[in-house]
Ligand binder design. Structure first.
Ligand code: BES
Ligand code: MN
Ligand code: ZN
Length: 537
């Protein structure tokens, strides 16, 4: 009895804690200013350099001179070679110049990519944080880096800074000295004419990067805290702050509509399921309509087809697709593009229990289609199907779903590429390009008619598993069965939703994958040339 009391008090405390501290930002200002590096008497200035440069860039000459040639000395003696993410801290201890120079390597100039800039910015930021500096400067000494425009450089730098500072701490008892110390991170440029461009890039990127942190926070939370009801409340919170529309359907509404997937998957759980509907630009319904759908399984035990114990804890993050959709809405509602955007997020637990869905059961969808359940662990596709059917009422110009759907996707593509399948070539190209632009890359797998044969059932219209092979494809075929004549792309993020160890700008845990990609896709949106193409059957 006492233990139970303590348990509940504990839960209430965690809930309150989560309520007050889950803000999704890193609480730091990023500013931009014009200045001359050697005249800044700050605690630290970050300067990036390419690998194996014989001569330092001319823009750095005055600083190098002011420091008695220390940078050239370091390079000549190979104490710093400029390899990607290599760093060295140079103390100067002089009054009129920066107190320390933090050099960070960008790798070979000929191999520069925007992700390398993001990594280098992240690496430098982590060091600054570890050393507890409060007001660092970062020098952008060129107006273009090897064909990458100053705006794009700024964007990736700001992402690197904010994303690398993200740390999931809501369940940790933090000591005072563990807290983030950076107050103001300043980008400094030595030319005035680029200032305006950089400022607007900073503002927009900060919005996106903080949305990624928001998504990471909810993906990292425990399954018992980030429940369907919690996600529904988060969606309402986002909507309230930004004036977008939000509705959530509960079990009775789902029953009225005949949402066979989510109603059946939620049968074994004591958490009520929620179907979240977000709508941005409700007054511009005639504009291009994009529907984004996210899988919100807040804990996937497998259900009666129970998963093995090893790594089952990771299945608290089986709502990473849902969280990506919420994060995208957070970003979009601040960036204000002209598209009409709808978010559909079916949320439920997948649990075993006396009333749980069983292998062998037949379920029926609102479209009339029947499905034979062979494995209750193939639950994601079941709830996504409800959302795909629901999407039709918006007469969408494009539908994109994002889901931690299949272990097979991790086997096929590994952990830094998401799977992409769909019915419209132009939409797939767009998604691929958006992914490359923000370095959330996707790779296509085929959805040929032969694969659809693998999910035919002898006693129902289709079945929810497709056998031993091509698991990612047969899962997508299942979804494809519910797609009507609208362009559709499915993203499988089972390999990319988390990282197992720290990387330069993502700490172990949730990556927030999807937010940057979906936001980019929506910001770049143009009418599709041959919209509403149907998959040949
Ligand atoms: N959520 C899992 C997929 C998953 C696995 C995501 C690992 C991230 C990491 C999904 O619901 C699932 O269990 N899929 C099964 C499908 C199978 C039963 C047909 C799988 O991939 O094993
Ligand atoms: Mn599952
Ligand atoms: Zn799942």
């Amino acid at each position: 009895m006492y233990a139970l009391f303590v348990y509940y008090i504990d839960r209430i405390f965690i809930k309150l804690f989560v309520f007050f501290f889950l803000h999704g930002g890193v609480g730091m200002r990023i500013s931009v200013k014009f200045g001359v590096a050697e005249k800044e008497s700050v605690e630290v200035i970050v300067i990036s350099l390419f690998e194996n440069v014989r001569k330092i860039p001319s823009e750095l000459d005055p600083l190098n001179k002011a420091l008695g040639g220390v940078i050239t000395n370091l390079l000549q003696n190979k104490d710093f070679t400029g390899k990607l993410n290599e760093t060295i801290m140079i103390p100067t201890y002089k009054k009129s110049v920066p107190k320390r120079i933090l050099l960070v390597g960008l790798g070979k100039a000929t191999e520069l990519s925007s992700d390398k800039i993001r990594q280098a910015a992240g690496t430098a930021t982590r060091i600054i944080q570890e050393k507890k500096f409060k007001n660092p400067l970062m020098l952008l000494y060129k107006t273009e880096y090897k064909g990458i425009s100053i705006e794009d450089v700024t964007r990736t730098v700001v992402e690197g800074v904010i994303l690398s500072l993200y740390n999931f701490t809501i369940y940790k008892t933090l000591k005072k000295e563990d807290k983030t110390t950076i107050n103001n991170f300043t980008l400094i440029v030595q030319k005035k004419d680029v200032l305006a461009k950089i400022k607007s890039a900073v503002k927009n990127t900060q919005i996106v990067a903080e949305a990624v942190c928001f998504t990471r926070d909810i993906v990292n939370m425990s399954g018992s805290d980030a429940t369907p009801t919690f996600l529904a409340n988060k969606a309402k919170e986002i909507a309230k702050k930004s004036g977008i529309k939000c509705r959530t359907l509960s079990r009775p509404d789902m029953k009225k509509l005949g949402m066979g997937g989510i109603l059946n998957v939620s049968r074994g759980s004591s958490q009520p399921p929620k179907f979240i509907i977000l709508e941005y630009n409700t007054k511009k319904r005639n504009n291009e309509t994009i529907v984004i759908i996210g899988k919100g399984v807040t804990f996937d035990s497998g259900g009666i087809s129970l998963k093995p114990g090893k790594d089952m804890d990771l299945m608290k993050a089986d709502m990473a697709g849902a969280a990506a959709v919420l994060g995208t809405f957070k970003a979009i509602s601040n960036l204000k593009p002209s598209t009409h955007l709808v978010g559909l997020v079916p949320c439920t637990e997948n649990m075993p229990g006396g009333s749980a869905l069983k292998p062998g059961d037949i379920i029926k969808y609102m479209s009339g289609k029947t499905v034979e359940i062979l494995n209750t662990d193939a639950e994601g596709r079941l709830i996504l199907a409800d959302a795909i059917i629901y999407a039709k009422r918006y007469k969408p110009d494009a539908v994109i779903d994002i889901a931690t759907l299949t272990g097979a996707c991790v086997a096929a593509l590994g952990t830094f590429t998401s799977g992409m399948l769909g019915n419209n070539d132009e939409l797939k190209v767009r998604v691929k390009q958006a992914g490359e632009k923000c370095h959330e890359r996707v790779w296509e797998l085929p959805l040929w008619d032969e694969y659809y044969e693998l999910i035919k059932s002898s006693i129902a219209d289709i079945k929810n598993t497709g056998g031993q092979y091509a698991g990612t494809i047969t899962a997508a075929c299942f979804l494809g069965e519910f797609v009507e004549n609208f362009p559709w792309v499915h993203l499988d993020i089972a390999g990319t939703f988390l990282v197992e160890k720290d990387t330069p700008y993502i700490r172990k845990g949730a990556t927030g994958v999807g937010v940057r990609l979906l936001t980019q896709l929506i910001l770049d949106w143009k009418k599709l040339p041959d919209a509403r193409k149907k998959r040949k059957k």
